[in-house]
Design a protein around this ligand. Structure first.
Ligand SMILES: [Zn+2]
Ligand SMILES: [Zn+2]
Length: 73
């Protein structure tokens, strides 16, 4: 059973409902960040699927920060 990695770091034990598409970490509902970003090159593990609108883009807090930092640097 996959656990939320961010909760584990806080000493909690939550079941993951999503996986960060960038780093593959398990994430609970609270920690999963849904992002509506344009297609990114190089970081999506399934490039053949990026044009499917319904594909959820779930990221962890850490990767959201990394991407926002990259985008606005
Ligand atoms: Zn969590
Ligand atoms: Zn991540």
């Amino acid at each position: 059973m996959l656990k939320c990695y961010d909760c584990m770091e806080e000493g909690k034990d939550s079941e993951a409902v999503a996986i960060c598409i960038v780093c593959g970490k398990g994430l609970c509902d609270e920690h999963a960040k849904r992002m509506d970003l344009p297609i990114w090159s190089g970081i999506n593990p399934a490039p053949e699927k990026v044009h499917k609108k319904e594909l959820p883009r779930i990221l962890c807090n850490y990767c959201v920060k990394q991407i926002l930092t990259d985008a606005f640097d």
